[in-house]
Design a protein around this ligand. Structure first.
Ligand code: FES
Ligand SMILES: [Fe+2]
Length: 377
């Protein structure tokens, strides 16, 4: 049996949330959105990261990230998750330049700012890195090199997979009444699928309709040994890619889109701290992100995109709606379970007793516990 060292308080306490926002979400590179829809000037996305509202916007071809709060009276500058609009506040019309500094104030004579005061009206700027079509932001004033957070082969694989994305995405977000870590643990845990998704996801994992018995993967053994020995955990190991055969027949749109890879597989990329990016057959991609809002509340972001369409004129809107609808059914099955878990959890509850197959989860939680303890110290 393995123990992660986490207590129920790690899933319940506002103080723990504050420590993880600081030591994880405001220190690491965090996924912010899809770059292929930001290719034209003024295209933008918004996202809350580590409790900070962020806008990533295209300025003359370059992506820049700023705090999404007007320097005047803190109105959000951009309101939608994705859009295309100059960086101008909707409240009193202040306009910002590519450095995030105020370049225009309507009715300027009302304010009577001194010249030096006005010159200092700039937004907080953050580091941005595009890995293929996946855009990451780092809120730290001294961001660690992204290669210290992710293995180079992992970054290359994200880059190759996301390079096949089509330009049209479908995106939704909704509140989820559970701690964000429960969701990351859940996607790392193939053993729940049989029980939580018996009619939806589980039949797809078998071979020709016959469900397969799950076996301990040989790749988990070294991780298990590492955990048993209490060896230190490398942050880069927390994000990794796997793929396995899946019994989904090739979909009707298979010839309409290009493809990542050559396997009829289910691809999974776990991007620590809060993203599960996956693909069926390299033709349909799904990205789910679990952004913490409170100890028992998570912003669930869900985006679906296909591989690039072969016929630029083809209309994919109905297809994308249908794909995201089906994914949401499976996610809602997890939601019923995870919200029940969260509701019952209390400070005196026992800690998790992990089996060997959960060594990935234990590895992630041990690194996490160390980071949170350092922030709280
Ligand atoms: S709050 Fe933005 S212009 Fe007033
Ligand atoms: Fe699930």
């Amino acid at each position: 049996m393995l123990r992660s060292g986490l207590k129920p308080a790690h899933y319940l306490s506002p103080a723990v949330l504050a420590a993880e926002q600081e030591s994880i979400f405001r220190s690491l590179w965090v996924f912010a959105g899809f770059g292929q829809v930001l290719k034209t000037p003024n295209a933008f996305l918004t996202r809350d990261i580590g409790g900070i509202p962020v806008v990533v916007q295209n300025f003359d071809g370059e992506l820049r990230a700023f705090e999404n709060l007007c320097a005047h009276r803190q109105m959000a500058l951009q309101w939608e998750a994705y859009g295309k609009r100059s960086l101008i506040c909707r409240y009193h019309g202040w306009a910002y330049d590519g450095n995030g500094c105020v370049k225009g104030i309507p009715n300027a004579s009302l304010y009577r700012y001194a010249e030096a005061e006005r010159a200092g009206l700039c937004l907080r700027r953050f580091a941005v890195r595009s890995i293929g079509n996946l855009v990451f932001v780092n809120l730290s004033p001294h961001p660690l090199p992204i290669e210290e957070q992710f293995h180079t082969e992992f970054l290359e694989s994200l880059e190759r997979a996301s390079a096949t994305f089509d330009d049209e995405i479908i995106h939704t977000s909704f509140p989820a009444a559970w701690n964000w870590k429960l969701n990351f643990e859940n996607v790392l845990d193939p053993n729940h699928i049989q029980f939580i998704h018996p009619k939806t996801f589980y039949p797809l994992l078998g071979d020709g309709g016959q469900p397969v018995e799950l076996e301990l993967s040989p790749t988990i053994l070294p991780i298990h040994e590492q955990m048993q020995a209490g060896a230190p955990v490398d942050l880069r190991d927390l994000s990794y890619a796997v793929h396995s055969p899946v019994a989904v027949s090739r979909p009707w749109y298979r010839d309409l889109v290009e493809r990542y890879g050559e396997l009829d597989d289910y691809y999974n990329w776990f991007i620590f701290p809060d993203v599960n990016f996956c693909s069926v057959h390299g033709q349909m991609f799904l990205l789910q992100q679990f952004s913490p809002v409170a100890a028992d509340l998570t912003d669930f972001h869900l985006t679906v995109v296909t591989a690039r369409r072969r016929e630029p004129e083809a209309d994919f809107s109905a297809l994308l709606r249908e794909l995201i609808r089906r994914e949401k059914i499976v996610i809602d099955e997890d939601g019923v379970a995870l919200s029940a878990l969260q509701r019952q959890l209390h400070a005196g509850a026992p800690s998790a007793a992990h089996g060997d197959y959960e060594s990935h989860i234990v590895r992630m939680l041990r690194w996490y516990a160390g980071a949170v303890a350092r922030a709280a110290a």
